[in-house]
Design a protein around this ligand. Structure first.
Ligand SMILES: NC(=O)c1ccc[n+]([C@@H]2O[C@H](COP(=O)([O-])OP(=O)(O)OC[C@H]3O[C@@H](n4cnc5c(N)ncnc54)[C@H](OP(=O)(O)O)[C@@H]3O)[C@@H](O)[C@H]2O)c1
Length: 304
């Protein structure tokens, strides 16, 4: 599996397995199947309520595949608490407790990357980041980063004299390319990790109850026979999902495709046998529409 340097010592595999909207019960077989299909990078979060299943899937697969913990890259995320949703924002102390709880559910001694899930609370954001810095010093996580942070949110960490995050996990796909933020991240040596890469597909979160801000009109666009990613998929002899994921890789972004279907798991990791040409990369660049749609409440990089 190809990797990108996250820090001087830690490499992140370009393709990870996403687990949002996978139940705790489904997580063990799904994660185990994903590792069996070749994934070496798993993305979960306290908020997904599936860390027990993810950890069980990891243990099953390590035994079945003859792998060791060091062969895998595991990410989980701090749920920072959002006072606007009636939640108590986490402090430095409760942040430290939260990773210890996540590790207990995962039955792991450490994760490879720990992220603040979103920049919800302006008053506790620095305190939470201090918690991540301490957790890294304790060896509970090899690297630390953020998710859904804007330039302003990251600049506030720097202004407080705190370390710069190793990564910012954000919604990135042809309809939400965030060029200014991506340029800033690359300039700062912060790896942009792409989530919800498959948003333009008609099959993206198509099951009932999988809320997002994607409209029925957007969904219908993906169903058209002349949908641009259908046309490109035919040209390259691959699936539409592979075109979307390959676009991210060519931009340098690690990706986190989620699927419960083993055949899709296999094709979503099969991205290194073709390349999108310069004309198609330019055509995709012109498809940017601004904000993302993965969060039903709006793009969280816009948080104050
Ligand atoms: N940090 C954050 O705030 C944040 C937010 C969102 C996501 N994430 C992370 O990023 C991961 C990926 O994002 P995501 O789950 O939003 O979406 P995604 O991986 O872009 O797309 C998943 C959706 O596409 C379908 N799909 C997957 N492979 C396909 C294929 N080859 N052909 C057609 N349809 C396919 C899946 O259905 P089936 O399962 O039925 O195949 C599912 O509905 C998450 O699981 C999570 O780990 C992070």
């Amino acid at each position: 599996m190809k990797t990108r340097a996250l820090t001087a010592d830690v490499q992140i595999p370009f393709v990870g397995f996403g687990t949002y909207l996978i139940t705790d019960a489904d997580a063990a077989p799904a994660v185990s199947a994903a590792i069996g299909a070749g994934y070496r990078h798993i993305d979960t979060a306290e908020w997904y309520r599936n860390e027990v299943g993810v950890g069980a899937g990891i243990r099953q697969a390590l035994a079945a595949e003859g792998l060791t913990r060091g062969d895998l890259f595991v990410t989980t995320k701090l749920w920072p608490g959002n006072s606007a949703w009636g939640q108590t924002p986490k402090t430095t102390e409760s942040t430290i407790a939260a990773l210890n709880d996540s590790l207990a559910r995962l039955e792991l001694d450490f994760v490879d990357l720990y992220l603040i899930h979103a920049p919800f609370d302006p008053d506790q954001r620095l305190a939470q980041w201090r918690g991540l810095v301490e957790l890294q010093q304790q060896g509970k996580t090899r690297t630390i980063g953020v998710s859904n942070f804007s330039i302003k949110h990251i600049e506030a960490l720097k202004a407080a004299g705190l370390p710069v995050p190793a990564a910012n996990q954000i919604e990135l796909h042809p309809w939400s390319q965030k060029p200014t933020l991506v340029q800033y991240l690359n300039d700062q040596g912060i790896t942009p990790i792409a989530y919800s890469s498959l948003v333009p597909l008609s099959t993206w979160r198509a099951s009932p109850g999988q809320e997002s801000a994607k409209t029925a009109h957007m969904r219908a666009e993906g169903e058209r026979a002349d949908a641009p990613f259908k046309v490109m998929a035919e040209k390259y002899g691959v699936g539409e999902a592979q075109v979307l994921l390959r676009w991210a890789l060519q931009k340098g972004f690690p990706v986190l495709p989620k699927s419960l279907q083993v055949e899709r798991m296999r094709t979503n990791i099969d991205l290194f046998g073709f390349a999108i040409d310069a004309d198609d990369m330019a055509a995709i660049e012109a498809m940017d529409r601004g904000d993302g749609v993965a969060w039903s409440v709006g793009d969280p990089t816009k948080a104050q």
